[in-house]
Design a protein around this ligand. Structure first.
Ligand code: ATP
Ligand code: F1X
Length: 304
């Protein structure tokens, strides 16, 4: 089974504006609400690509109820731990082509709820895939992903998409795949990466620190995959970006679907890029046909 873990889900409130002036009353042109949070988006993408998953994490209050109901409507299996406080609201504002995000604070999560999560994860089995994605709630220490990795039963394949200290500590516990974007890589090592060789160098540093495979996305500029034996570059297809929120999660979802189908790592990478771009080119998260329409435009090149 595939599990996704979203420690810090969100109700994403998407607002489209014709113009925006700071300090003024601005009228929205349209708005909609979506269940959000990186692992939850991965579960939605997996569903669209024909794969079942169980969405795990913490939900609370009316925002949590909304997310739960929306996921059940999509026939996504859920096993969330209930919190008293409301799940956060993340505002995604689109003014012409400029996307601005305001992400809310996480609700409080007690020690008992954390223990409940570890109990749930104990039940995973060899051969299961666990996708852990997103920020760490304020109630948790930044090494929570490392602790989860260390506590998991043997043989669970972990895909991790997070950043900063949470990523730095978790790589030590040897996840199967991590997916930083190039900005997150710069932030982690506190450097300005000047060219592709440097990017590969820093990706390989993460590998030396423990990550088995490192996929580095660079939005419209392609992506690198560093495996144990090789470095691959994948181009991204050309298209008009409509909504980049969730593009990274879609890449993770596409890659995970490839693993579940037993594809080669290069094909998983290509599927991930197609899914990321298909989501970027549409208002919603990618569908299977959108991914299939792009897959042949992606060429994976082994560069060393
Ligand atoms: N401008 C673009 N053109 C084509 N594809 C894109 C573009 N931007 C993003 N993508 C697709 O989405 C994938 C992930 O993009 P990106 O590097 O922005 O990840 P991210 O920063 O994790 O995403 P997110 O915006 O969800 O946080 C890319 O590898 C690509 O497949
Ligand atoms: O604060 P985090 O967990 O890093 O990111 C949360 C978030 O921005 O990520 C998703 C898009 O990737 C959105 O659904 C959600 O609002």
């Amino acid at each position: 089974m595939i599990y996704t873990l979203t420690l810090n889900p969100s109700l994403d409130y998407i607002i489209q504006l014709k113009s925006f002036q700071e300090g003024k009353v601005n009228l929205s042109e349209s708005e909609h609400k979506l269940p959000g949070g990186k692992g939850i988006n991965v579960s939605q993408v997996l569903k669209n690509l024909g794969h079942e998953s169980v969405a795990l994490g913490f939900l609370g209050g009316f925002t949590g109820d909304f997310i739960h109901k929306e996921l059940l409507k999509k026939d996504i299996k859920c096993d969330f731990i209930q919190l008293k406080e409301d799940t956060r609201i993340n505002v995604k504002m689109k003014n012409k082509n400029v996307e601005t995000e305001i992400n809310g604070n996480s609700p409080k999560i007690g020690e008992d709820k954390k223990e409940e999560l570890f109990k749930q994860l104990e039940k995973l089995e060899k051969g299961d895939i666990l996708v852990m994605a997103g920020s760490v709630p304020l109630s948790f220490e930044s090494d929570i992903y490392e602790k989860i990795l260390a506590a998991l039963p043997e043989g669970v394949k972990v895909i991790l998409d997070t950043k900063g200290k949470a990523l730095e500590s978790a790589v030590k516990a040897k996840p199967y795949l991590i997916k930083p974007n190039h900005h997150e890589l710069e932030e982690l090592f506190d450097v300005k990466i000047q060219n592709k060789n440097e990017l590969i160098e820093y990706g390989q540093k993460l590998q030396k620190m423990g990550a088995k495979n490192v996929a580095i996305s660079m939005a419209g500029d392609g992506a690198f995959l560093i495996t144990e034996d090789a470095v691959y570059f994948g181009n991204v297809p050309k298209g008009v970006v409509i909504n980049s929120v969730g593009a990274g999660d879609s890449m993770v979802g596409g890659f995970t679907a490839g693993i579940a189908e037993g594809l080669s790592i290069g094909d998983c990478f290509s599927r991930g890029i197609a899914a990321g771009s298909a989501s970027a080119f549409s208002k919603n998260l990618c569908t299977l046909s959108e991914v299939e329409n792009l897959i042949n435009e992606i060429k994976i090149e082994k560069i060393n």
